[in-house]
Design a protein around this ligand. Structure first.
Ligand code: SAM
Ligand code: ZN
Length: 285
């Protein structure tokens, strides 16, 4: 997959030699022992990304299968007829991939596809590499220029993660698709109220469309709702993997959880939206 990457310093293509990625301009990037490569410009500090504790909580929660329906909806929202841009295997690029859970599920469904997980969190990338044999993992800041070549991604995936409109438009293949997962204001409503978690921004969807217009347009949008029955341990992991982990101390979480029943029904509510290039084959006019 090295051929899809580009040098973060000079944007030249990268080639893998041994365990080092090199560009023709002489820049070199070591592949870490854990299997990911950091492609950040020199002296630029990487965005922090999720902490080891958040990543561990995410792995625990997702392994419980509670968000399996989201993985299935992403796979279902990914057009079957994507024609690989580079002539090789179709490439799925996951922006803010976390532990690679959704990307791995997609690759399980599409044999012959390859995946690249981009994230700022090294503990997350260590897991993403192990999540599927066809996943390569790159540490980078997704708010900056992405260290991948123009129009290389047949499928771009973005689930609960930052999205950089201009770079999405640059790296998406002409006939590619972008699948975005966003929570609605009803997502986890029962525990948002009971535990004082952060609310979902009311205009999240409006900002998403504004960031992608006019180069990409929504082709299909699905509301996904389901109910989970979660015990305190599972709720603790759910809180610890999300944005409220930055605002709540574990002690506060424990105190508030203690007031709740041992098992609670919690509703998930998400939008799964597929975007195509304006005017691309398959995109509605
Ligand atoms: C809420 S998690 C979602 C992870 C994954 N998509 C999932 O749904 O399981 C957000 C992810 O975005 C990553 N992230 C946040 N800011 C980032 C940045 N500026 N550059 C790259 N990754 C970033 C975090 O490290 C984290 O893994
Ligand atoms: Zn270079």
């Amino acid at each position: 997959m090295a051929g899809r990457l580009r040098c973060p310093n000079c944007a030249a293509p990268l080639r893998l030699a041994g365990r080092v990625l090199r560009c023709a301009g002489g820049h070199a990037f070591d592949v870490a022992r854990q299997g990911y490569v950091a492609l950040a410009p020199p002296r630029r500090r990487l965005a922090p990304g999720d902490s080891p504790e958040m990543v561990a909580a995410r792995e625990t929660f997702l392994a419980g299968g509670h968000y399996r329906a989201i993985a299935e909806a992403i796979t279902e929202a990914t057009p079957a007829e994507l024609i690989p841009s580079a002539g090789g295997a179709p490439l799925a690029l996951d922006l803010g991939a976390g532990t690679g859970y959704y990307l791995a599920a997609l690759l399980d469904d599409r044999s012959g596809w390859q995946g690249i997980a981009l994230d700022a969190s090294r503990p997350a990338l260590r897991r993403a590499v192990r999540a599927h044999p066809q996943i390569a993992a790159v540490a980078c800041d997704v708010w900056q220029e992405l260290p991948v070549q123009d129009a290389c991604a047949d499928l771009l995936l973005n689930a609960f993660a930052p999205r950089n409109g201009p770079e999405i438009a640059r790296v998406l293949a002409p006939s590619g698709a972008l699948v975005v997962v966003t929570p609605t204001q009803s997502h986890l409503r029962e525990i948002v109220d009971a535990l004082g978690l952060l609310d979902v921004d009311a205009d999240k969807q409006g900002r998403l469309h504004a960031a992608l217009a006019p180069r990409l347009q929504s082709e299909r949008r699905r509301e996904l709702e389901f109910t989970m029955t979660l015990d305190h341990e599972q709720l603790r992991a759910l809180i610890a993997m999300g944005p409220s982990a930055h605002h709540l101390q574990p002690r506060q979480v424990a105190e508030r959880l203690a007031r709740l029943p041992q098992r609670m029904r919690v509703g998930a509510s998400l939008l799964i939206e597929t975007f195509r290039r304006s005017g691309a084959a398959g995109a509605s006019a």
